[in-house]
Design a protein around this ligand. Structure first.
Ligand code: AMP
Ligand code: MG
Length: 501
């Protein structure tokens, strides 16, 4: 028997928070992938299930014991415009699981059929976006970025209608929480402060239990969410990751990357790179992400500040004070991450940290000028041997090649070498620490596209499986897998990604 030890705390919040909804069965569910390691970590036992049984459950054709499937209500600012009701239009929360480690995880089907919140949508997901979300979210996890995880993916045996007919899929996602900034906005927008408080209490108990006994746990919750967001976006930036649609309904209260739509890791570096076809003004461009994080947190503050104090003025002051901590916290995390990427690990005073910042920013400028590949630049920097002044191997010449052998880069490299001479660790240690934070492999857009093409056009999932396997160890160079390191050839470039709804 399929057993997930669900508890249904969210369901106990009451009917204004969700609509109980059963998944709509699909014609012919077939398992693409089941994440056994994750299932084990969650304490989900599936030992006596074969792939067909798993497909039946993860397509929503059968419901596991103890599950109360529901569509969560939420609102959200979409590209800056407030929409008072969005909600899970094609997703269903199956329930919460307490893992053997005592952490809570929410399990959700996405693509499982219409709900009360579907508006004009069909409640379904196309196979392509399912594979994309699986690959990118699992890549983020192994890269060490807070993220929702992928537990399973299935094909449905049914087509979905988009700009053309596409095969359908369902992804099962696991998150610390599926509560979003937009969930708070839903209740605040209706003036329902009791529901805002109830939701905050749920989030504290579920995701921030250490705050339960705080003097003002709502203030501390807001502080914790602000911190988590600063950490998260600094992680995205260190990897050249662009979320694509940072609407408030796509911002998790638990500080995880959530709702992978038209997202991508950059190949060639550009400060204000945009991938999403729907982001016409570049609101969610790479270098706008930190500021959008603050914008979204300000929307959250508007919802929960009334919980901080009875006195409106002092509540607003508290919220403002906390919001002002975001930018410095983000910058501190960013600098720490970027210094580590450059092998700058020793503690330094403020003046040198500032010089390091200038050094890093000038590298990014030169990368942008020469369209150097983001991941390859840092990969080859972390391979560089600094003892010899002349390039001695193919790898040594790969780095200047990324910059078209421009003198600007050589000048920068010289400055970097000079700066490294103040570091106290050995060359080997420096290389090892740099290699631990600079990935060899990211889930590159053109490779995801190749996996989708093979699956959609030829029912061939081997490309997906091979890529997923490589991404399990993103910081380790793997034999025979060099093609996954490479940026796209001119004809492979994916210029935009689509929302994929
Ligand atoms: P997203 O762009 O995936 O973050 O979704 C934004 C909103 O649109 C959410 O309320 C989704 O549930 C809803 N939505 C997206 N795609 C569909 C679909 N195919 N059917 C129903 N609702 C959808
Ligand atoms: Mg969303």
């Amino acid at each position: 028997m399929f057993h997930i030890p669900f508890n249904n705390q969210y369901a106990s919040l009451g009917p204004s928070f969700y609509v109980e909804t059963l998944p709509s069965p699909v014609a012919n569910p077939t398992l693409i992938k089941f994440n056994e390691d994750l299932a084990e970590a969650l304490g989900i036992s599936t030992s006596d299930l074969d792939p067909d049984d798993l497909a039946t459950f993860f397509a929503g054709n059968r419901i596991a014991d103890g599950s109360v499937p529901l569509a969560m209500a939420y609102a959200g600012h979409q590209f800056g415009n407030f929409v008072p009701q969005l909600g899970d239009g094609r997703a269903l929360l199956l329930g919460e699981v307490a893992s053997p480690d005592g952490d809570y995880f929410d399990v959700q089907l996405k693509g499982s059929g219409p709900t009360a919140y579907s508006r004009n949508g069909d409640g379904r997901a196309a196979l392509g976006p399912v594979l994309r979300e699986y690959l990118v979210s699992e890549a983020m996890a192994t890269l060490g970025v807070p993220t929702t995880r992928a537990l399973a993916a299935v094909t449905t045996g049914e087509d979905v209608v988009r700009d053309r007919l596409l095969p359908g899929g369902v992804i099962t996602r696991v998150a610390k929480s599926f509560v979003r900034v937009g969930t708070f906005q839903y209740f605040a927008g209706r003036g329902d402060l009791d529901a805002v408080r109830k939701l905050a209490d749920y989030v504290i108990e579920h995701n921030y239990p250490q705050l339960c006994d705080a003097q003002n746990s709502y203030v501390d919750l807001f502080k914790a969410v602000v911190d988590a967001q600063a950490v998260l976006i600094a992680q995205w930036m260190r990897l050249g990751f662009i979320h694509g649609v940072m609407n408030t309904d796509n911002m998790s209260i638990a500080g995880e990357t959530i709702d992978y739509g038209p997202c991508a890791f950059m190949d060639e570096y550009k400060h204000n790179k945009v991938f999403s076809s729907i982001d016409r003004d570049g609101r969610y461009a790479y270098n706008n992400q930190p500021a959008i994080g603050l914008w979204n947190l300000t929307r959250l503050a508007e919802c929960i500040a009334p919980l901080f104090s009875q006195d409106e003025d002092s509540a607003v002051e508290v919220a403002k004070d906390i919001l002002t901590t975001y930018q410095p916290a983000y910058e501190q995390h960013w600098l720490a991450n970027m210094r580590a990427k450059c092998g700058l690990t020793t503690d330094v005073d403020k003046a040198i940290a500032n010089e390091d910042k200038v050094l890093i920013e000038s590298l990014l400028d030169i990368m942008a000028q020469h369209q150097a590949d983001f991941t390859q630049t840092f990969f080859y920097l972390s391979q560089s041997k600094l003892q010899s002044s002349e390039p001695t191997s193919k790898q040594d010449s790969a780095l200047p090649d990324l910059f078209g052998r421009a003198t600007q880069f050589n000048d920068w490299f010289r400055k970097w070498r000079q700066r490294l001479s103040y570091e106290t660790i050995s060359e080997e240690q420096r290389q090892a620490t740099m290699q631990a934070v600079n990935p060899v492999y990211i889930s590159r857009n053109h490779q995801i596209e190749a996996a989708i093409r093979a699956a959609e056009d030829h029912n061939d999932f081997s490309v997906f499986h091979d890529l997923l396997e490589v991404l399990q160890s993103p910081y380790t160079q793997q034999e025979g897998k060099d093609k996954y390191m490479l940026p796209p050839q001119a004809d492979e470039v994916v210029k935009q990604t689509y929302c994929g709804t």
